[in-house]
Design a protein around this ligand. Structure first.
Ligand code: ATP
Ligand code: ATP
Ligand code: MG
Ligand code: MG
Lengths: 164, 172, 164, 172
């Protein structure tokens, strides 16, 4: 049991150390078990140094910086236990446009070897899609429409008015 | 092997007219206004490949997953989600190029718990256990972090060290 | 003690019933004490009906719809206990552009009688500002610059590159 | 009465060069990249008008609020935030057209708790109690929901009924 946890920890820490610098563009971070001898007695600490800053615990980073760390941790878990298809629902919610684009580029790259479905409100993410769907709702009933050209995305303004 | 089509009928905000989503390999992006049904699609996938836990599907019980009729209509009595996988490489342990997994729920009585669940593979009747076995062998089950629901990033960002270690425990 | 809580509850419920329909453009919602006789024994339920849908508990709404209800609740609290100045830090995070604009219009209106500072990543909010500031960081040191014209907002791309 | 200027020196990510933010009535919007210091401005306001609770300021203790030097530099030894209010209508119980509230923290020793706090009103020495009284009379204190920190909307959206009732209890 303990050996298995340590094996999982070492692998995910390694993945995290590789993925986080790519997500935050040049920082560094690592995972740390509070009690290495008795791992089940302690928790898992995550520390990160966004570019140009000092190393801190995830608690003291900004909202967007915390999201970047959390996304790197999720991708580190996924790499350890790979699946043929993934769904990511608004993981870019707290990110500005530059950081959203970095995530989109990374997922686009990963989509060469597995199927990804990303749900997002940020238009910048749509530029990377192989296929684009718009969801809309009328009288409480959802519909989906395939979008050929990103300009065709029904601006939510028309959709919304339709709603009433 | 990849997910080729998703059919939803009377599942949450998707009404009685079956909605078909055609997918391909690579990256598919879904966008749309708040409340338009985006996360319900992810719930539809979890409904078929995930376990029984309705809490993850944002409903009290299975009855809450059946379309409630929306603004004007009456609620439906049953809901159905069908996932069709392309299986040329036979990564799914079923001997056909396309594999259809269908999960259906039907309200039998008045009570929210009076719902019967039906499972089908390529049209023939199946069971929860068979679904679970096939999905875990093909690494499609949602036990890992392959389906990252809305809010999970915030949850991890604000989690305690103990909760984070718990994630590693689940992986072990 | 109990009378005071009931007075607070009634006022905030009234405010909420007025504010929420404006935020979600035509829905309705209300607050409800689980145990009206012994309010301290139970909790506070919030139910809402987004436009075109049936009434539901806040738990079953979408991410953005839940945010709209939460914002309406916060504004209902603020109206009960008014202050001369307010800070709202990324309250529009889960909202699409149409819903973000509705919030911005409402806050702009409220800013006629109190001072508001809004922090947001959404450009659509900036259109409503009387004064606009851009924050940026270099070598871990934050700076602020007043923006005269919204086009001048340094696109985060330049800022970010500078960061390295 | 309104907040006219905010001065920050060595407060969190704001360095030794004092940053001055000029405000006016109406709506001021602050934008900028992730991690650029936007929420630290709201923390600077809470630092002066709020109570003692550093947890709300995202720091372990007051020492954590002093600028740490950033990429290259050495940490500072003290931090200071000054708020200047226009007070023509004398809503603030101080007899001057402009009122300056200054809060300063100085690291005295090595330990994180060896920090001394100084309060000033229009340059003369004051105290935490006087700040608190003046701010609550002028309804500037942050006990209500006038300073909505990042993440509060998500917290309320996902709160339990008991937690929500607790918010009403605080208002009562
Ligand atoms: N059984 C049901 N019948 C009808 N509508 C339902 C049912 N269950 C949930 N809904 C509705 O579906 C909507 C939720 O949609 P969903 O969460 O997919 O939105 P979304 O597109 O993800 O929005 P957001 O961008 O805000 O996250 C809610 O308005 C909810 O009330
Ligand atoms: N004492 C300190 N010295 C230097 N930097 C600090 C100090 N305390 C916090 N910071 C840094 O300040 C930054 C946080 O900034 P802040 O939370 O204001 O960002 P933000 O602009 O609100 O970003 P977001 O859009 O992601 O919410 C973090 O990177 C954090 O590490
Ligand atoms: Mg959603
Ligand atoms: Mg912030």
């Amino acid at each position: 049991k303990k050996e298995k946890l340590m094996e999982v920890f070492e692998n995910i820490d390694l993945n995290f150390k590789e993925i986080y610098p790519k997500i935050c563009r040049n920082g560094e971070g690592y995972l740390h078990l509070e009690n290495k001898d008795e791992p089940f007695e302690g928790g898992l600490i995550i520390r990160a140094r966004p570019p140009g800053k000092k190393m801190r615990d995830i608690r003291y980073l900004s909202g967007g910086e915390k999201s970047q760390v959390a996304i790197a941790f999720i991708l580190a878990l996924q790499r350890y236990d790979p699946s043929p298809f993934y769904v990511l629902d608004e993981v870019d919610q707290n990110l500005d446009m530059v950081n959203s684009e970095v995530i989109a580029k990374m997922i686009k790259k990963n989509s060469a070897s597995a199927q990804f479905i990303m749900i997002s409100l940020h238009k910048i993410i749509m530029n990377f899609a192989d296929h684009l769907y718009a969801c809309y709702i009328k009288d409480g009933i959802s519909r989906m429409v395939a979008i050929q050209n990103i300009q065709d995305i029904p601006s939510y303004d028309e959709d919304e008015k339709d709603n009433e | 092997m990849y997910l080729k089509e998703v059919y939803m009928k009377n599942f949450k905000s998707f009404g009685k007219q079956t909605i078909v989503v055609k997918l391909s390999q690579g990256l598919t992006v879904v966008s749309g206004p708040n409340g338009s049904g985006k996360s319900n699609i992810s719930d539809a996938l979890l409904f078929v490949v995930g376990g029984q836990r309705t809490k993850k599907l944002r409903a009290d019980n299975y009855a809450g997953l059946i379309f409630d009729g929306g603004k004007k209509g009456k609620g439906a009595k049953s809901a159905e989600v069908k996932l069709i996988f392309s299986n040329d490489d036979r990564k799914i342990n079923v001997d056909s190029d396309l594999v259809e997994f269908t999960k259906k729920i039907k309200q039998k009585g008045k009570g929210p718990a009076d719902v019967k669940t039906y499972y089908y593979i390529n049209g023939r009747s199946s069971s929860r256990g068979e679904f679970h076995n096939i999905f875990s062998v093909a690494r499609l089950s949602s036990d890992g972090y392959n389906v990252v629901q809305q809010g999970t990033v915030n949850d991890i960002a604000d989690s305690t060290p103990k909760q984070r270690r718990g994630i590693l425990d689940d992986m072990a």
